[in-house]
Write a protein of this length. Structure first.
Lengths: 296, 444
């Protein structure tokens, strides 16, 4: 009979059977949940535990953050990334000065630390600046290209004179009208939101020449053209430019405005009205009276 | 019968659970090799839903994802003789199949060929309570089959209801819902040695697997090697294995008889080994390379080197002619076939309408076996190979694997066994209620 306990025999082929342990191990490895645990949960846990244990110590944490800081600084402060100067194009001297004032940059500074978006917001926040582009140019120059607002109107309010651009933005305050004699004058609350109309009116009033002193926004809804000799052209809410052109045409043909009128009222288009100055009316009455006496 | 009923039912429910999970392994514990296939069930058999069509014989619902076989150790005559060795061999096969499938299997359906299967034909007869056959009636008639005394230490492996008859109409496959007065059923019962089943179960359990079913290899190889009309018209499947040759007779798609002869290919190898004075491995090699059963004049001149490594030149240079080899093989094969013939005669195979005999199994690959078999068994003999199933590797499509493949079919399309029907409601409980009612009447 074969011995119950197997002897180690050199010439017998080794048994291909897996041991109980390896068999069980292989079966375990084929279990999906176990494999997931081994592949995902275990490494994750080990890594998390190791990291937690490492960073549990304050000194190590400081050390690591210092290392990271050092590394960042060594990269950021390379001369290639440093910004030395700021160049401002397209701005007048005073605006450029203002820009330099509002941007708190002490050069040299790394381009990584520049917050160009915030700087752009700051610059465009200045009232004379219409738009601005910022970029870091080659050679460490912070290039600021500014488009300024161009004042086209002088706006008189109770608190003084303001310069207004075509979009109605107040560009600056001025002390004296004389400095901006070439710009037309407008007045009245709410005039700044209708600058386009105002400009069109001023253009239409061109033939009236120096006689026009300015235009006034009345009650935030319509315009008056104010002329010297206390004359005033009242314009309607809609079709103001056309009404003014009518008046200008009348005055050119019939020299209407040369006469002693105080008001040309165009508010009702189908019934334009003129108001004659008081003394002329009186004079006319006198003249008529005289004539009547003669007849009698 | 109740314990068997319970254990078989438990195995059946376990098999259902395994099929729900989608993976089950089949294990063929043979004398010469142990094969393990891992099956994956993917959805229902859609083809089978079409009325009456089963072109793929129910095998379209699964595929084989792992297959392995290993040299069997510790199995003799299809029965486990050395537990540890067998367990290690099962472990080897299961591990390799699992590795190929990349899936862990927990449920195993096992088959073995030995254990002296004995067939019994039973019949039962009941009067129907109302005139329509219900499922309860079927269960009742199955329970009423008068079970013979099959002896101590034996266990029922299969109990197939083969035929139902209602009054005078016979040959009903499903009597439910039909009208009649008296229901009769024929049942085929197969008993095997209980210790062999217990050994297999223990081995499987030692491998951390759960046994989800046991089958006789004669039955399952018949399932795979016989084609559908052979199963229908009547045929015998002879599975010539290593240690035993099992016989099963099919009729109307039911197995009606199974038996086994405790002789197989290993005995041929042993004869060669003894006759030529060579070790068993050499004898096996010579048998598979040069074996045959018909000697011709050419075979006298074909000399086979026997070889050896004793160091004695004369001894190591021995040669034998192929005719001599055939002279050793043929008597043993004839003996096996004669023995099989006796078993078939005992079963009354000659009374069947069709006398088809299909030879399969590893030992059926000897060249010329079919002509020899037709001399002994009758004219209608053919060599059978298992049907093809999805994903089966080429190496495991030979006739040696017909019982493994049959196990796949057995796992996917199990036949109704008597324990698939619920135990009939016992009369006992009914009587107790009646007793209680009588007691109430008497005392109130």
């Amino acid at each position: 009979m074969q011995p119950v306990k197997s002897r180690a025999q050199a010439n017998i082929r080794p048994d291909p059977a897996p041991s109980r342990l390896s068999y069980r191990f292989q079966r375990m490895m084929l279990t999906p949940l176990f494999r997931f645990g081994l592949r995902v949960v275990l490494p994750f846990t080990v890594m998390a535990t190791a990291t937690w244990m490492f960073f549990n110590d304050q000194d190590r944490r400081d050390h690591v953050s210092m290392l990271v800081d050092d590394m960042r600084t060594s990269i950021v402060e390379r001369p290639e990334f440093m910004v030395q100067t700021m160049a401002i194009d397209g701005a007048s001297d005073s605006v450029a000065e203002d820009i330099r004032e509002v941007l708190p940059i002490d050069f040299p500074m790394s381009s990584f630390d520049l917050d160009l978006d915030a700087m752009k917001d700051t610059i465009t926040g200045l009232s004379p600046v219409k738009s601005a582009t910022l970029r870091v140019r080659k050679g460490g120059v912070l290039q600021v290209n500014v488009v300024e607002r161009k004042p086209v109107l002088v706006w008189r309010l109770r608190d003084g004179l303001h310069l207004v651009d075509t979009e109605g933005y107040v560009v600056a305050q001025v002390a004296h009208r004389e400095e901006y004699n070439h710009l037309p004058l407008m007045a009245g609350e709410g005039a700044d939101s209708h600058t386009n109309e105002a400009l069109a009116l001023m253009k239409a009033a061109g033939p009236l020449g120096d006689r026009v002193r300015g235009i006034v926004r009345m009650g935030e809804r319509r315009w008056d053209v104010v002329m010297n000799r206390d004359q005033r052209i009242m314009l309607p809410e809609v079709g103001a430019v056309a009404a003014l052109e009518r008046v200008v045409a009348l005055s050119q043909v019939q020299e209407m405005l040369e006469r002693d009128l105080s008001v040309v009222d165009m508010r009702l288009g189908e019934r334009p009205t003129i108001r004659i100055a008081e003394r002329s009316v009186e004079a006319w009455w006198q003249i008529r009276h005289i004539q009547v006496r003669h007849e009698e | 019968m109740i314990e068997l009923y319970q254990s078989q039912r438990a195995m059946r429910s376990m098999r259902k659970a395994a099929m729900q999970r989608g993976v089950v392994a089949v294990l063929d514990v043979g004398t010469s090799k142990i094969a393990c296939l891992v099956l994956k069930f993917d959805g229902d058999d859609r083809v089978a839903e079409v009325e009456g069509i089963s072109s793929l014989a129910g095998q379209s619902g699964f595929r084989v994802i792992g297959a392995a076989s290993t040299r069997s150790r510790g199995v003799r005559y299809g029965e486990i003789s050395a537990m540890q060795e067998t367990e290690r061999a099962i472990r080897t096969a299961v591990q390799a199949a699992q590795k190929m499938a990349q899936v862990r299997v927990d449920h195993v359906i096992a088959c073995f060929s030995g254990a002296e299967p004995r067939s019994y034909g039973l019949d039962g007869r009941v009067e129907l309570e109302d005139n329509v056959v219900s499922e309860q009636d079927v269960a009742r008639v199955l329970a009423h089959c008068d079970v013979p005394d099959y002896g101590q230490g034996r266990e029922v492996l299969h109990a197939h209801p083969v035929n139902f008859s209602l009054d005078h109409r016979s040959g009903l496959s499903d009597p439910r819902g039909q009208m009649g007065n008296e229901l009769t059923c024929d049942m085929h019962m197969l008993t095997v040695d209980a210790t062999v089943v217990a050994n297999v179960a223990h081995c499987v359990k030692r491998c951390d697997l759960e046994l989800a079913g046991v089958a006789n290899s004669a039955y399952v190889s018949g399932l795979s090697a016989l084609v559908e009309d052979e199963q229908e018209l009547g045929a015998a499947c002879i599975d010539m294995g290593g240690g035993s040759t099992s016989v099963s007779i099919f009729m109307k798609k039911h197995m009606i008889y199974a038996d086994s002869v405790r002789m197989g290919g290993d005995h041929v190898t042993g004869d060669i080994s003894m006759g030529l004075q060579v070790p068993t491995t050499t004898a096996e090699r010579i048998k598979t390379l040069h074996g045959g059963v018909h000697a011709t004049g050419m075979d006298d001149r074909e000399m086979i080197e026997i070889g050896g490594d004793t160091g004695d030149w004369e001894h190591d240079r021995r040669t034998v002619s192929r005719a001599e080899l055939i002279g050793i093989i043929r008597p043993r094969v004839e003996e096996i076939l004669e023995e099989t013939r006796t078993r078939l005669d005992a079963a009354g195979f000659e009374h069947l309408p069709s006398q088809k005999i299909v030879l399969t199994g590893g030992a059926s690959q000897i060249p010329g076996l079919d002509t020899l078999a037709s001399r002994i068994l009758g004219q209608q003999v053919r060599l059978g190979r298992p049907m093809r199933v999805h994903g089966l590797p080429q190496a495991t499509t030979g006739p040696a694997f017909s019982s493994s493949v049959g196990m796949c079919l057995f796992a996917t399309r199990p036949q109704d066994e008597c324990w698939d029907f619920d135990l009939p409601v016992e009369r006992q409980s009914n009587r107790t209620i009646r007793k209680a009612v009588r007691w109430f009447k008497a005392n109130w």
